[in-house]
Design a protein around this ligand. Sequence first.
Ligand code: SAM
Length: 408
Amino acid sequence: MALQNLHAAQTAQKDEFYTQLPDIENELKNYKSHFKDKVVFCNCDDPYESNFFKYFANNFNYLGLKKLIATCYNGSHITGTELSLFEEEKESDKIAYKVEISEVSDVNGDGRVDLADVEYLIKNKKNVLTRLKGNGDFRSKECIELLKMADIVVTNPPFSLFREYIAQLIEYDKKFLVLGNMNAITYKEVFPLIKHNKLWIGYGFNMSLVYKSPYENKLEANRAFVRQKGYNPDKFIKVPAIAWFTNLDHKKRHEDLILYKKYTPEEYPKYDNYDAINVDKVSEIPCDYEGVMGVPITFLDKYNPEQFEIVEFRKGADGKDLVYSIREEKRREEKRRESRLYSHTSEYSSVDANSRTDEQSQRYCGTREKQVCKNTDSATSIPGMIKNAEGKINGKITYARITIRKIK
Ligand SMILES: C[S@@+](CC[C@H](N)C(=O)[O-])C[C@H]1O[C@@H](n2cnc3c(N)ncnc32)[C@H](O)[C@@H]1O
């Protein structure tokens, strides 16, 4: 009964998603130069099942690693199906281990370095496999001691502990490359790190990844996606909105976003409560606007800190969510139209459109527009990452904004 409860609690956390090797390879291929002579730590990685461990063991010499350390958590559910490094312990999935690899040589003489070699090395005690005293929690004292020894941490940590996980990496001033949900960008613990260039997005962003997982996959669309990727939907599951988070420099981060659109006030209205224009698509950031712009958070995938600076995240000057009201925009439209229409007449030249009353405003609307003013006179806001009923601009669903400014 107690075990069942434990299982239920762990399942409720939904942290068991095992990353596939091609997804790791796809990202890691962009960082080779960072790994020479470095100690790599995979601290949520049971060597029985972790493809992070497998990747670094396979590429130990290619990357020129000094050491590879992996620790596993005793709450993990999948046991040695792919690797069988610890056969004597196979009966128990409740034991936390530490593996330290310092030498990977082609001992079986087949000309390649593969897992058979690693297995052989561990069995022959050339590398160290030890039980941990505790449960392998990345926050435990013994795992923090290992963290201190490490240069770069690479893994897919439990998403339910992502905030704490990142905070610990920052506290110990570690280099890292980790997978997480894209929404983590919006966390108050994470966004300031992005703003201050202490953390950024890797190459993979907003990906739907297929993970090995013990959770039941009931959704047919999800199952079809998994099948189409060549995996078994009874054992694998698609998880959307995944991104790599890192503080390792990479080439993409220094590539300029090519801007082609010209600014017009009609196309890029300003927010009511923040002196910034709204830009709906990252590809449509105007090339000639020097002020602050509100852009979708997907901008971070294209963020080059030499081209842009991040000003704020979603709050207006009044500390509230960015607001863009239809009535205000109607007024602004009218003001712009008037300034074009009446610039040659004196009749309305003294009228300050900003100080007009609603009634006056209505007078300047055409018959159709009057109707629109009446029907759509509501403020809309951009309250956060998640799309919701309030998250609309002129009736269109929208998303959170990051405010940015061009610096070159
Ligand atoms: C998303 S899975 C990823 C596993 C592996 N890193 C991979 O990518 O295949 C997160 C793993 O962290 C483990 N975990 C959960 N809580 C943990 C903790 N407090 N400390 C260390 N690992 C933990 C889970 O059991 C799970 O195996």
